[in-house]
Design a protein around this ligand. Structure first.
Ligand SMILES: [Zn+2]
Length: 901
């Protein structure tokens, strides 16, 4: 059985007879993309484009216009473009894939096959056996759009239409497009066939499988998560609950015994009777209506949004197997044994649960913009735009396969098909996350054109499933494994059918953008995307809280659904991850004025899809580059380098305020920290201080300042004698204090007077004392200098004062004449003056014996007050070996005049 989910499977591409010259032509005339303004283009009708879809979003008010280029009104596949215009008429996003000269790219426009021949050609190439082909609708218009019957090869009628098909690097040819839902497999192929040759040139599968068993290069066994299965809470026994049917078929309001939203599966909650779960906005006439008038048209599991039936016979047809309301009163309450067995299938309970959940998804997503105009699934669009006639065909317990589920999405106006399977004794119809996942394929298929190796299809499915099964008690770090109930037997781990469970805890789920290099496509790649969306959801919940009203709430979960759904509409065709992220940001800008940009960037950056992430080609999942940055990086501003001395405690304690110079963040609140911030004497010199600015999402920016830690300053004050006699001992002292005035003990202070110096050590009070016996001449002027040389933690300091050295005291004993007579006839008398000079040491011991040879003596007339002699050196010692005692003499010639004495 084929299970390939390749969107684009190249079979052949025949370039007709021109192939030999194609390379030359391509080289000299490569087709470039157009720069035409789509906004301007769509303002008037023109045969150069075709609008393929258009609607105004109920959530954003944005007019989404999707178009293809056209040649004479016939659309060109491969030129999918879109323009998105807000309600003020401003274009907010535009994706232009038009070719600059599409006509020159045409290498074949011959149509030699009719539509019926094209179907026959497909049947031949695919090995189908055609029978009784009939045209149901006449081909009309330039595209010759028509409809054929199932013709024995398809479970659905076969639509056909003519179009051009452009492939980059090759050119444009005319093709027939038609779809066939294979009878023997789950594949629903959409083919494009060369209209000239009948060769299939391209096909994509409208069926997307649910679990990774369907990946082309899967290696599930070795990738299985090691996590334990989540706690189980199985309510497997039959329940019979008494109830009163409050509503009836006339109201169109039903009662359903189901595992109601938000219960993920029987592991996570109990089945219960839900009365009137219909949403009045999304399903104004209830779930069993199709005519748009009060009252139900069906009393079974059929209605406007979904037709659910048991398809054990695997023919994809109802065969009358809808589950009926036994009382014809829209009460669907059936016994259930969740352990599926051939003898106890609980078919009605399963179909009821599947019917309920398809309707729930319809109603919830309607609020977020998956409505009629956007291409949702309804029989009757109640005049709200879009094409009707396409409710979901939901097949419970499909016999087509096991241990999987799938969803096929044809174009708007044709019903999609959901197949739920049994897996051993587990019935997928109770794994509500899986049901939503499948429906999610319908959502992205109708809201976006997806393709390429980087397509996120499986991610949206997982995401919507996560969102509709959130409980108010949930936290982001909880490990949630996809399909834990439905696929327990084949994926026995809490990662479920994914390689890792979903969790915002990186230790549980470490997916980043680069993970898609090794994750298989589409499921592994998709689950990386879902993890990013899940991360974003929890960031939004952190800001806005969680709201249990999934329809009209205002919580972070509601905002997430709004952004993701609108993002699908805004992204370009065949988008990759970066384009998907940017579309969500554009949605936030359009709907919330960008208020959630911080949270969105934080989430994507955490998972490697930050600002600098590079997608490469969306057709390759290995050429991207992850990045973890945000455009809202905090701005860190540091002060200029500075110096600071150790404080009185020998420390420096810096604060943020010492380093910050006006740092700021966009996503507040801001927190600031510095490192290092504490310094001691061991840190003297230059220290680089780093200021880290952190925003509320943990983004950091740093700057640095060099802080020079300096020693304690000291102050030295001389407090000792300021004068002393020669040969005497002078008392020296000084006070050494720090900047706090505290004396510094144990430090050596150097005292210097002239050429004499000594030192002292400070005591506990910081006082150092010393003595010097002065041996220097009284002249000239001296200073006393004190100096403290810097030590490990303290700066040096000095002080200085004027210091007088005075002459030493000495004893002078006059020994000369006391009187003198004059000579005869002369009035001049010569008086012999003399004195003994003796150092004071002799009578008053002095530390240093004075040397009287250095002394000078002068005789003075006390009466006249005049000097008799000059200063006379003492040269005569009494004892040549004793310099302490000597004598001096002077002859005084006195002019007595008339005086007598
Ligand atoms: Zn899927």
């Amino acid at each position: 059985m084929k299970k390939s989910t390749f969107i684009l499977v190249l079979i052949f591409f025949i370039i007709t007879s021109a192939s030999a010259q194609k390379t030359d032509k391509e080289d000299e005339n490569a087709i470039s993309r157009s720069t035409v303004s789509l906004e301007t283009l769509i303002q008037k009708e023109s045969p150069i484009y075709v609008i393929t879809k258009e609607h105004v979003s109920r959530t954003s008010g944005i007019r989404h216009v999707y178009l293809r280029q056209a040649i004479n009104g016939l659309e060109v596949y491969g030129t999918e473009s879109s323009v998105h215009i807000d309600n003020t008429g401003k274009t907010i996003v535009s994706h232009n894939n038009f070719l600059s000269d599409v006509k020159s790219s045409v290498i074949s426009d011959s149509q030699s096959l009719t539509a019926e021949q094209a179907i026959s050609a497909v049947a031949n190439q695919m090995g189908y056996t055609l029978s009784d082909i009939q045209q149901l609708k006449t081909e009309e218009g330039i595209s010759k759009k028509g409809l054929y019957n199932k013709a024995g090869i398809s479970s659905e009628d076969i639509p056909v239409k003519l179009m051009y098909y452009y492939r980059e690097g090759e050119g444009t040819i005319l093709v027939w497009e038609l779809s066939i839902a294979e009878l023997e497999t789950t594949d629903w192929w959409n083919f494009r066939i060369d209209a000239a040759t009948g060769i299939i040139i391209d096909k994509d599968n409208w069926t997307e499988q649910c679990n990774i068993l369907s990946d082309s290069n899967h290696d599930c066994g070795s990738n299985l998560s090691e996590y334990e299965i989540l706690e189980m809470d199985i309510n497997s026994n039959t329940e019979t609950t008494a109830y009163a049917a409050l509503f009836n078929v006339a109201d169109g309001v039903g009662t359903y015994n189901v595992y109601p939203m938000p219960i993920e599966s029987p592991y996570f909650g109990s089945r219960s009777l839900v009365v009137g779960p219909e949403n009045a906005t999304a399903s104004p006439f209830g779930w069993h209506d199709t005519d748009g008038a009060i009252g139900a048209e069906f009393t079974n599991t059929r209605g406007n949004n979904v037709s659910a039936w048991d398809d054990e016979d695997a023919n994809d047809a109802p065969d009358g197997a809808f589950t009926d309301s036994p009382g014809v009163d829209l009460v669907f309450d059936f016994p259930l044994n969740t352990t599926y067995s051939a003898g106890d299938q609980s078919t009605d309970a399963a179909t009821t649960n599947l019917f309920y959940w398809n309707n729930i998804i319809h109603d919830v997503l309607y609020q977020y913009g998956f409505d009629e105009a956007a291409g949702n699934f309804q029989v009757n669009n109640y005049g709200n735009g879009g094409l009707g006639g396409d409710s979901v065909n939901a097949l419970a317990q499909s016999g087509k396969s096991t241990c999987n589920a799938n969803f096929s999405t044809p174009a708007d106006g044709s019903s999609p098909r959901m197949r739920m399977y049994v897996c051993d004794d587990e019935d997928g119809d109770y794994d509500n996350w899986v049901i939503v996942h499948e429906y999610g394929h319908g959502i992205h298929s109708r809201l976006a054109t997806t393709g390429g190796a980087e397509r996120m299809n499986e991610g949206w499915g997982d995401y919507y499933g996560l969102m509709l099964t959130m409980q108010s008690s949930d936290v982001g770090t909880t490990a949630r494994g996809f399909g834990s109930f439905a696929f327990q037997s084949v994926f026995p781990g809490s990662g479920g059918a994914r390689t890792q469970p979903y969790s915002t805890d990186l230790a549980i789920n470490d997916y980043t953008y680069d993970s898609i290099n090794t994750e298989v496509s589409p499921h592994g790649v998709g689950s990386v995307w879902a993890m990013m969306l899940w991360e974003m959801t929890w960031e939004l919940i952190a800001v806005h809280g969680f709201d249990t009203d999934f329809y009209n709430g205002t919580g972070g979960n509601n905002i997430s659904l709004t952004l993701v759904t609108e993002g699908l509409k805004l992204q370009p065709a065949n988008a990759g991850f970066v384009e998907g992220r940017d579309a969500i940001l554009a949605a936030d800008a359009a709907i919330y004025g960008g208020a959630n940009a911080c949270a969105i960037w934080a989430a994507f950056a955490k998972r490697g899809l930050g600002q600098s992430a590079d997608q490469g080609l969306s057709t390759s999942k290995t050429d991207g580059t992850e990045a973890f940055d945000s455009p809202f990086a905090p701005i860190a501003l540091c002060v200029a380098d500075f110096a600071i001395a150790l404080d009185v405690n020998g420390e420096v304690n810096l604060t943020v305020a010492d380093i910050d110079n006006g740092s700021s963040v966009t996503c507040g609140p801001m927190s600031l920290s510095i490192d290092p911030k504490f310094f001691t004497c061991d840190d003297l010199g230059e220290n680089e201080i780093t200021l880290t600015v952190t925003d509320s999402y943990g983004f950091e920016t740093t700057c640095t300042t060099t802080v020079t830690i300096e020693k304690h300053p000291t102050t030295l004050t001389y407090t000792g004698d300021l004068d002393e006699q020669y040969s005497d001992e002078t008392n020296l002292s000084a006070l050494l204090v720090d900047e706090g005035g505290n004396g510094l003990a144990g430090e050596t202070i150097l005292f210097t007077i002239g050429s004499q110096s000594t030192s002292g050590v400070t005591d506990a009070n910081g006082i150092a004392t010393a003595t010097i016996i002065i041996t220097q001449d009284p002249t000239p002027a001296y200073t006393v200098d004190v100096e403290f040389l810097e030590v490990a933690c303290y700066t040096g300091s000095t002080d200085s004062d004027v210091f007088d050295i005075t002459q030493e005291d000495a004893i002078v004993e006059y020994t000369g004449h006391l009187f003198q007579a004059t000579a005869v006839n002369s009035n001049i008398a010569t008086v012999e003056l003399s004195a003994n000079i003796q150092d004071i040491t002799i009578t008053n011991p002095d530390p240093l014996a004075g040397d009287i040879r250095n002394a000078t003596v002068k005789f003075v007339d006390r009466d006249g007050g005049v000097d008799i002699s000059p200063w006379i050196p003492v040269v005569d010692l009494f004892d040549p070996s004793d310099p302490t005692t000597g004598t001096v003499s002077w002859d005084w010639d006195v002019d007595l005049g008339n005086l007598t004495s």
